[in-house]
Design a binder for this molecule. Structure first.
Ligand SMILES: Cc1cc2nc3c(=O)[nH]c(=O)nc-3n(C[C@H](O)[C@H](O)[C@H](O)COP(=O)(O)OP(=O)(O)OC[C@H]3O[C@@H](n4cnc5c(N)ncnc54)[C@H](O)[C@@H]3O)c2cc1C
Length: 583
C-alpha cells in the first residue's frame, strides 16, 4: 500500500518524508482517480499531480513549517502613521499562495476553463486530488483556498449579473496580481452552531446595504470579497430571517470599506493563516440571491466546505502515515526495524485503515457532487447523506491518526521541528469548523435521514456497487449487504425518535464504516481488473473486523500477521490471496 521510500536522514534519528513525492508514494490516489475520471482527464492531470506531489514533499513543506512559526501580524497603521489596516505575512506563506492560486489554480478549477491547460472546468474528484496533495504540506492555507472557491460558487449560483461581472473574475483569477481572495463569515459570539441567533443588522441604502455588528471568527480575515450572513432590518428571528451578503474589502473609489479587523486569533493550529475578529461599522454590502433564503444559500457553501474538510483531514492523515512509515522503515530498535516488530505492524495497519477509508469516501462524495450538479436526483440524495457522514468521521479520525502517528516517531514526534506536532495541532480543527461533530452528526441523522430520507439513496448505491463487484467472493458480498441494511435501519431508528438523538454520532459512524467497507471492496475488484491488485478488498475486511465489531476485552484478538504482511508490503495482492482472509 505504501510507496516505500527511505529519505536520507541521520543515522541515529529516523528520517522524515523530506524529498518524498506525495503523489508517486500514494498509489491509492492514482488508482481511485482512474475509477472516477475519464482517461483523457486523468492523463492530463497526472503530470501536474506528480509535480505538486514533489513540491508538497519538499519545497511547500519547508514553506509550511516557516509559515506556521512566523504567524501573520495585524497592523493598524502604515509607516507614515496613516490609519490603514493590513496583515503582514511571512514570505513563505506568500510562496504557498503563489503555488496554490497562481501555479495550480486549485480555487479556480471548478469555475474557470483552461486551468493547467485543461479546456473545461474540473470535476470535484479531480480538483480535490490537488486539494489532497497540497494539504499534505500546508493545511492552514487550505481554508482560504476553499473559501475563495466557495465564494465563487455562491456568487455564480445566486448573484445577479452585475455582481458577477464585478467580482467573479477576481475570485477565480490565477494571475496573482488580479486575484481577489474570498472568505465566509457566519459565526458571531452569540452563535456558531446556532447561527439563527446572529445579531448583525443590514440596513438598506440605495442599491446596497450597510452592515453593523461583529463577526467573531473570520478566517482569511483580509480577504477582498467576503460572503456573510446578516439580518435585514425588520426581518424575523432565526435562520429564516437571515440574508446573504457580499462585502468587498475596498469600495469602488479605492477607499477601505467600513469594517475593522479588531485582532487576530492566537490559534492552536492553522497558525499560518489569519483568523480575525471583525467589527462591521456600516460596511457596504450587496445582497446575494433571495433575501429570505440567505441561510439556505449559505448552506451550499457550507456543504462544499464540508467535503473539502473531509479531503483536507484525509490529507493530514496521509501525511501522518507517510511520516510513520518513514520512521518504521528507518529506525532500528532491539535489533529490528520498527516495521518488523509485530506490535508496531499492527499499529501501522490501524493507522493505514482510516486513511484509506477516508480516501474512498472522499472520492465517493466528490463523484456524487459532480453527478448531482449534472442533474442526477439520486446523486443529490446520496450527496446529502455522504457529506456530513464524511465530514463527521474523517475529521474525527484525523485527530487520532495524527496523534498515534506522532507516537511512532517517539519523543521527537512531540518536538516541533518534525511535522507530526503541526499535523496534530491542525487536525483538531477539522471537526470544529463548518459544524462541530455534534452538529454534523445531527445533520446526518435528524435531517439527511429523518427529514430527507437520503439513506435510501445510500443503500441503493452500496447494493449496486456490490452487484457490480462480481469478482468479490459471494460470502463477503452477502456479509456487506447485511451490514448495509443494518446500518441504514439503525440510522432510521435513531432518526425516528427524538429520544434516540444521543445515538446520532454512533449511527453516523456506522454508516461511514459500512459505506467505506463496501467502497473498498468495490474498488478492490475494479483495481484488480485493471492492474491485478486486490489489496483494497483486504482493507474492506479490516473495516468490518476493526471498526464494526467490538472485540471481547478478555479474548486474544484475531492474528493478522498475514494481512499485515500483504498490506505493508508493496507487492500486488491477488484476489485469491485476499479471498483467503475474507472468511
Ligand atoms: C480556527 C477557526 C477558524 C474559524 N473560521 C471561521 C470562519 O472563517 N467563518 C465562520 O463563520 N466561522 C469560523 N469559525 C467558527 C466555527 O465554525 C465555530 O466555532 C463552530 O461552528 C462552533 O460554533 P461556536 O464556537 O459558537 O460553538 P457552539 O455552537 O457554542 O458549540 C459549543 C458546543 O456545543 C455543542 N452543540 C451546539 N449545539 C448543539 C446541539 N444542538 N446538540 C448537541 N451539542 C450541541 C457543539 O457541538 C460544541 O461542542 C472558525 C473557528 C475556528 C476555531
Amino acid at each position: 500500500m505504501h510507496g516505500l521510500h527511505t529519505p536520507a536522514g541521520s543515522d541515529a534519528i529516523a528520517p522524515d518524508t523530506t524529498g518524498l513525492n506525495f503523489y508517486t508514494a500514494d498509489p491509492s490516489l492514482a488508482d481511485l482517480l482512474q475509477l472516477y475520471l475519464p482517461d483523457a482527464l486523468f492523463t492530463h492531470i497526472a503530470p501536474h499531480l506528480e509535480r505538486l506531489g514533489g513540491l508538497a514533499g519538499d519545497h511547500l513543506d519547508q514553506c509550511a513549517r516557516l509559515a506556521d512559526r512566523h504567524t501573520p501580524v495585524l497592523h493598524h497603521r502604515d509607516k507614515f502613521g496613516r490609519d490603514a489596516q493590513y496583515i503582514e505575512y511571512h514570505p513563505a506563506y506568500r510562496e504557498l499562495e503563489r503555488v496554490a492560486y497562481g501555479e495550480f489554480g486549485i480555487h479556480a478549477m471548478s469555475h474557470r476553463k483552461g486551468v493547467l491547460g485543461w479546456p473545461e472546468t474540473y470535476p470535484s474528484a479531480a480538483k480535490h486530488a490537488f486539494t489532497y496533495l497540497f494539504n499534505q504540506a500546508e493545511f492552514g492555507l487550505g481554508c482560504p483556498i476553499n473559501v475563495t472557491d466557495g465564494a465563487a460558487m455562491l456568487l455564480s449560483r445566486f448573484g445577479d449579473d452585475a455582481l458577477k461581472a464585478k467580482y467573479l473574475d477576481g475570485l477565480t483569477q490565477t494571475d496573482m496580481a488580479l486575484l481577489t481572495q474570498g472568505a465566509q463569515f457566519m459565526t458571531e459570539k452569540e452563535g456558531g452552531s446556532d447561527v439563527g441567533k446572529l445579531t448583525t443588522v443590514a440596513t438598506p441604502e440605495g442599491d446596497h446595504w450597510r452592515l453593523t455588528g461583529e463577526k467573531w471568527f473570520c478566517s482569511n480575515a483580509d480577504a477582498m470579497v467576503s460572503m456573510l450572513l446578516a439580518r435585514p432590518e425588520g426581518a424575523g428571528p432565526g435562520t429564516r430571517g437571515v440574508g446573504l451578503f457580499l462585502m468587498p474589502r475596498f469600495l469602488d473609489d479605492g477607499t477601505p470599506n467600513r469594517y475593522r479587523i479588531v485582532r487576530l486569533k492566537d490559534k492552536l493550529g492553522t497558525r499560518s493563516m489569519a483568523s480575525g475578529e471583525i467589527k462591521l461599522e456600516g460596511a457596504v454590502a450587496y445582497a446575494v440571491g433571495k433575501l429570505d433564503r440567505g441561510f439556505v444559500q449559505m448552506a451550499e457553501m457550507v456543504n462544499w466546505s464540508r467535503l473539502s474538510n473531509g479531503v483536507k483531514s484525509t490529507a493530514l492523515m496521509r501525511r501522518a502515515l507517510h511520516d510513520a512509515f518513514a520512521v518504521a522503515h528507518g529506525r532500528v530498535v532491539f535489533g529490528k526495524r520498527i516495521v518488523d516488530q509485530p506490535l508496531a505492524r499492527r499499529q501501522l495497519l490501524k493507522l493505514m485503515l482510516p486513511v484509506e477509508q477516508a480516501l474512498s469516501l472522499c472520492f465517493m462524495t466528490a463523484d456524487a457532487l459532480d453527478r448531482a450538479e449534472a442533474g442526477s436526483q439520486d446523486a443529490a440524495a446520496l450527496l446529502r447523506i455522504l457529506t456530513p457522514v464524511l465530514k463527521f468521521r474523517a475529521t474525527r479520525d484525523a485527530r487520532k491518526v495524527c496523534g498515534d502517528a506522532l507516537e511512532m516517531r517517539g519523543g521527537v514526534g512531540y518536538i516541533e521541528e518534525f511535522v507530526p506536532a503541526r499535523l496534530l495541532r491542525d487536525a483538531h480543527l477539522g471537526s470544529i469548523w463548518e459544524g462541530t461533530s455534534n452538529i454534523v452528526a445531527l445533520d446526518a441523522i435528524a435531517r439527511a435521514v429523518g427529514r430527507h430520507g437520503a439513506q435510501g439513496a445510500l443503500a441503493a448505491n452500496l447494493h449496486a456497487r456490490l452487484d457490480e463487484a462480481a469478482s468479490v467472493p459471494q460470502v463477503w458480498r452477502d456479509r456487506l449487504r447485511a451490514l448495509v441494511d443494518r446500518a441504514v435501519a439503525f440510522a432510521q431508528g435513531v432518526a425516528a425518535d427524538p429520544a434516540n438523538e444521543v445515538d446520532s454520532r454512533r449511527a453516523t459512524t456506522t454508516l461511514y464504516h459500512v459505506a467505506s467497507a463496501v467502497m473498498l471492496a468495490w474498488e478492490g475488484a475494479r483495481i484488480h481488473e485493471r492492474r491485478g491488485d486486490a489489496r483494497r478488498l483486504l482493507l474492506s475486511k479490516l473495516v468490518v473486523d476493526h471498526r464494526l465489531a467490538r472485540p471481547d476485552p478478555f479474548a486474544a484478538e484475531a492474528r493478522e500477521a498475514g494481512v499485515a504482511a500483504l498490506l505493508i508490503g508493496s507487492e500486488p495482492v491477488s484476489l485469491a490471496q485476499a479471498a483467503e482472509h475474507l472468511g
